[in-house]
Design a protein around this ligand. Structure first.
Ligand code: HEM
Length: 528
């Protein structure tokens, strides 16, 4: 009895101490923390559970809570105890500076999404990141992307071939079965990055299931917020032996096979370093670039190269595919948009059986404005692009001249879905209006869709080329279905059960997600 009361009192004591610690921590964070002067909700300043509630429990919703905080507290808000968010396009150049001398590190919020991972993306250190990135940037240059147009032509042809097959599948009433185009676009962009960066491998457009299990696992990008808040849990999961992991989550097998193939490729390239046929430009992969560079030997280890490959495959597939879906929706939903686009494509590709010429597509003013407006309104990477300036305080100046010091070492971020709709940059920011980029082409340089500065998307040239080529290929061939005609004038796409809600951003899981249960962009395909 006595021992029970003693242990109860020690439990109470421990509990009391813990509560005291929490109160002390809350007081410190509210009044003595370096970010104590930054406006924002008190709960967000006290605990990361506030963010976790929106991002994990409600599912990718903190973005909207942050939007509301800005409406209440102004352009600079404290969104977590250690994190500030800025919503002002005028601050972009300061935070995402172009100057290589001003160090910008990856913030812990992003690093926590990755555990034991050595690609350039989650490289914290500014200088190591620069070295790793420099090895690959040449590979992703505009010039290099243009060299591989035959790959784009072949992939476009595979995509159109798969869509033709869909058109043959009919419902019981004889009308073509509706298909979601998202998996087709993902397969297309993954095939491009697979061939372009890795020099070959299994092609999704040749697989019956379009490699959907691979993308399903990636869609556990939903896991990203969980990793941020419960990092040890996801690290423990990833440390499990593959056999156990696949038992727990069978779809992970698709990723394991992908990683094993990458390892084999890298080992083969290492073994054939002197074989000149493997060094031919069209067979060169990112792994050749890294292995023949003068980067440290430790950076050439197979494990790290696999990580680099994984990030490219993940970052390069879903993002561009989402943009293709959003753009296609607007073209199919608005006859005026289609008419202007088609007139330009007919002139640029007079013979519909020819592949689009990229130089001619560059001159298609409306096509390129359409792409810009899609990227602005529907940025497919929706996360907070947090950075740390380790050496300098950043000064934010309000419109009325007041200023606020954002102390060095803090995590500071901006978010494309918010900045890209800033009324300070765009008139009627919520209206889809490609013409704004025709009347003011310089606007394209203000977009946050691919981020800015030293850690801007390395695949930007590849993404633009994919958007140009596949939009042109698709809409040079297909027109929107016209129900008023007895006989259509050629191949058509008819929107099916798809509204703007299937395209609009509902949740930020690093990439954009529509409302739960949305099937994305669905169409009925008719070949004539
Ligand atoms: C519309 C398509 C795309 C969008 C919207 C997009 C967006 C972004 C954004 C916003 C970042 C910066 C992330 C941050 O700093 O937090 C980024 C980085 C990156 N992207 Fe993309 N991306 C796209 C396509 C691609 C493609 C096709 C590739 C394939 C090569 C790619 C590879 C990467 C890589 C490797 C990084 C990390 C760069 C670094 O850390 O230096 N992305 N992307």
């Amino acid at each position: 009895m006595i021992s029970f009361s003693i242990s109860l009192s020690s439990v109470l004591k421990a509990l009391g101490l813990f509560v005291l610690y929490l109160v002390g921590l809350a007081v410190y964070r509210l009044y003595f923390h370096p970010l104590a002067k930054i406006p924002g909700p008190k709960l967000a300043a006290i605990t990361t559970w506030y963010c976790a509630y929106f991002d994990v429990y409600l599912g990718g919703q903190y973005l909207w809570a942050i939007r509301d905080m800005h409406a209440k507290y102004g352009p600079v808000v404290r969104i977590m105890p250690d994190v500030v968010h800025v919503n002002d396009p005028g601050f972009v150049d300061k935070l995402y500076t172009q100057s290589p001398r001003l160090r910008r590190e990856r913030a812990p919020t992003v690093l926590k999404m990755f555990s034991k991972h050595y690609s350039m993306l989650p490289t914290k250190d500014h200088d190591l990141h620069r070295r790793r990135r420099a090895v690959l940037s040449r590979f992703f240059s505009h010039q290099n992307v243009r060299r591989l147009m035959p790959l784009f032509d072949e992939t476009l042809s595979n995509l159109l071939g798969r869509l033709e097959r869909c058109a043959k599948e009919t419902d019981h009433d004889g009308s073509p079965k509706p298909v979601s185009l998202n998996p087709y676009f993902k397969a297309t962009t993954k095939d491009i990055i697979q061939s372009y960066a890795f020099g070959g491998g299994s092609m999704c457009l040749e697989m019956e299931d379009l490699n959907e299990p691979f993308f399903e696992v990636l869609d556990s990008g939903r896991m990203a917020p969980i990793s941020v808040h419960f990092n040890s849990l996801t690290t423990a999961m990833q440390s499990l032996p593959p056999a156990i992991l696949t038992r727990l989550v069978p779809s992970v097998l698709a990723i394991i096979v992908f990683v094993q193939d990458l390892k084999k490729d890298i080992e083969a390239i290492k073994a054939s370093a002197d074989d000149e046929s493997v060094q031919a430009p069209e067979r060169r992969s990112i792994f050749h670039e890294v292995l023949t560079s003068d980067i440290d030997a430790s950076d050439k280890e197979t494990e790290r190269l696999v990580d680099e490959g994984m990030v490219l495959a993940i970052a390069g597939a879903d993002t561009t595919a989402l943009s293709l879906s959003a753009l296609s929706f607007h073209v199919l939903n608005d006859p005026a948009i289609f008419k202007r686009l088609r007139a330009e494509l007919d002139a640029a590709i007079p013979d519909a059986s020819q592949f689009p010429d990229p130089v001619k597509l560059d001159a298609c003013v409306y096509l390129n404005a359409l792409i810009e407006e899609t990227l602005r309104m529907y940025p497919s990477a929706t996360h907070r692009q947090d950075r740390v300036a380790p050496d300098e305080d950043l000064l934010y100046t309000y419109a009325d001249g007041r200023s606020l010091v954002l102390p060095k070492g803090s995590s500071i971020g901006m978010t494309a879905p918010l900045v890209n709709r800033s009324p300070l940059l765009y008139t009627d920011p919520d209206t889809f209006n490609p013409d704004r980029f025709i009347s003011n082409p310089a606007l394209a340089r203000r977009s946050m869709t691919f981020s800015r500065g030293a850690r801007q998307c390395i695949g930007i040239n590849l993404a633009y080329q994919e958007l140009q080529t596949f939009t042109a290929g698709l809409f040079r061939k297909y027109s929107p279905y016209d129900p008023s005609l007895k006989k259509q004038k050629g191949p058509t796409l008819e929107l099916y059960n798809t509204t703007i809600k299937d395209i609009e951003l509902h949740a930020d899981y690093v990439t954009a997600h529509a409302y739960p249960g949305s099937q994305g962009l669905q169409v009925r395909i008719r070949e004539g």
